[in-house]
Design a protein around this ligand. Structure first.
Ligand code: MC0
Length: 145
């Protein structure tokens, strides 16, 4: 049994966002703006992840991410086909993603990628597989300084 205490405890800053898989990005943005009072912060296409995504913010700085599939074979496309719309991920902000990935790997905690990928708003991202975290996909995100 690998040592799993405090693996990335000193690297986690807090919850960055909760990500929802959605069928229609424009309609979902409108809903979060009109009904819940969130403000659209950014909207971009990430070809590597096969998504068009929007980040919305509340007045306290907390964030909701809306993720629409670019094609049915993408991660979000498959998620929508299997499960329908819903929470797809919870993202934690970390101070050093490469170090976090290295420590998780050493502790035999399954990350989706061996090294970081590009995320929204010039971030670097990786993921912890949901089979480790009770059925919830955890994204790790580091913003450039
Ligand atoms: C799959 N499973 C999930 C899940 N996706 N459980 C909770 N949350 C999810 N999002 C579960 C399935 O129910 C199944 O459980 C098992 O995992 C395998 O499912 P699968 O359909 O065969 O899925 P895989 O293995 O093909 O893919 C799962 C995996 C994938 C985590 C590897 O979702 C992935 O690569 N995620 C990382 C990339 C990503 O999510 N990109 C989109 C966001 P059972 O019990 O049936 O075995 S991009 C993003 O967020 C960027 C733009 C950003 O924030 O900047």
């Amino acid at each position: 049994m690998p040592a799993v205490e405090k693996v990335i405890a000193d690297l986690v800053i807090g919850v960055d966002h909760v990500g929802f898989a959605v069928q229609n990005l424009a309609t979902s943005i409108e809903k979060w703006e009109q009904v819940f009072g969130a403000t659209l912060h950014s909207r971009e296409i990430n070809q590597d992840q096969g998504v068009e995504e929007a980040m919305l913010r509340f007045s306290d700085g907390s964030q909701i991410q809306l993720l629409a599939a670019l094609n049915p074979e993408s991660v979000i496309g498959k998620f929508l086909a299997k499960r329908g719309e819903g929470v797809q991920q919870v993202a934690l902000q970390v101070s050093n993603l490469e170090l976090a990935t290295q420590r998780l790997t050493e502790a035999q905690i399954p990350t989706v990628y061996p090294t970081s990928k590009s995320g929204s708003n010039k971030s670097s991202i990786n993921f912890i597989h949901p089979k480790y975290t009770g059925g919830v996909l955890i994204e790790l995100v580091q913003y450039s300084a």
